[in-house]
Design a binder for this molecule. Sequence first.
Ligand SMILES: [Zn+2]
Length: 183
Amino acid sequence: MPPASPERRFTGPPAPRFDIPEADAFTRPYWEAAGRGRLLIRRCRAAGCGLAHHYPREFCPRCWSEDVAWEEASGRATLYTWSVVHVNDLPPFGGRVPYTAAVVDLAEGPRMMTEVVGCEESGLRIGVALAVRFRELEGARPAGEPPLCIPVFGAPLDAGAERVRARGARSSSRLPQGDGDGS
Ligand SMILES: [Zn+2]
């Protein structure tokens, strides 16, 4: 018989983190802007195209032009679909469940994978208006360096009651007894 209440804490090196994006020379402007609370997208400048896209690519996904530039997005979006995640073994996500993984349609057109924060699942509807906010990934950067922030979406701040602070916002959604597609 094993002893009662075995201590099963992992005592090796720190667990790796799977929530930290790797910025390269191309995506660095995106992450630097996010650290300042601005969401960037890419827009094609080829004549007759003008498509905005996300995730950032060095060429236009429609016409393949390389004449593509960064542009600040409005931060407005509508909810396309979502799923409440209850299990995620990759650290540190396991400590954040449940959270709402989502796909949103940016006002400029691109569709974006993200997370919805500060909203009860029962209040989510396809097409509901959302606004970007930025979550700082604590401990992702050495002290003194600019914070690393990722875009997440919540209720528009000008919608009144629900003023969720962007920085450091944690998913606080309680789990409704709903019939969501969370699996
Ligand atoms: Zn194009």
